[in-house]
Design a binder for this molecule. Sequence first.
Ligand code: ATP
Ligand code: MG
Length: 230
Amino acid sequence: MNPVADALNVANAANVPLTLALSKGRIFEETRPMLAAAGVEITEDPETSRKLILPTTNPNLRVIVVRATDVPTYVQYGAADFGVAGKDVLLEHGGAGLYQPLDLDIAHCRMSVAVHVDFDYASAVRQGARLRVATKYVQVAREHFAAKGMHVDLIKLYGSMELAPLVGLADAIVDLVSSGGTLRANQLVEVEEIMQISSRLVVNQAALKLKRAALAPLLDAFARTTRANA
Ligand code: ATP
Ligand code: MG
């Protein structure tokens, strides 16, 4: 610790501008109450506003609205000081330049392997068949099947993975599941759970040092609400 830098940090805490990166939808909605615990309200609704930079009731804190998969990138390069991202997204990104202090215990789901109801996954695995797997999560999928000693051909998709087995693009998909409703609606079944997913707080490593005093009350509020909900 550097006492001079610390004193400067404290003195400047009130005037250090901070940028928080969030994605629309469940992460935005579930992060909102955590900010409220720090006395901060986001004054515009990203679902109705076309703005990508949203002000908050704290003049030193703004929220940027980006694609879920882009949150770690904005934070890594310091365009945002901190953000909220799913474990799925963080594993694909790799986490370079990011400090991940807290599992926020929000936006829960699981990452799973799913196949068409008519596809016998168990016997394909037993027979050592080479499967074609479509997914947005190629890193996690590659590691999962390698650990099982299975040979797979991965096909990278960017969305609507459920379609792939229905039209013969793939034998299986690796995707996020929460209720299983989307799988059922498309005659797919979950055959293997790879991991449980929730969202984490990510902080730019340089910002953590240089803007520590300004970030601290917000990080503390996130930690408090996470514990309170546990
Ligand atoms: P985009 O729609 O911009 O391509 P996305 O589909 O990854 O991005 P969301 O659907 O908002 O964005 O999901 C954001 C995060 O919410 C995911 O990365 C994941 O961590 C979490 N999540 C929780 N449950 C689900 C679910 N059932 N399906 C998808 N994501 C989920
Ligand atoms: Mg989506």
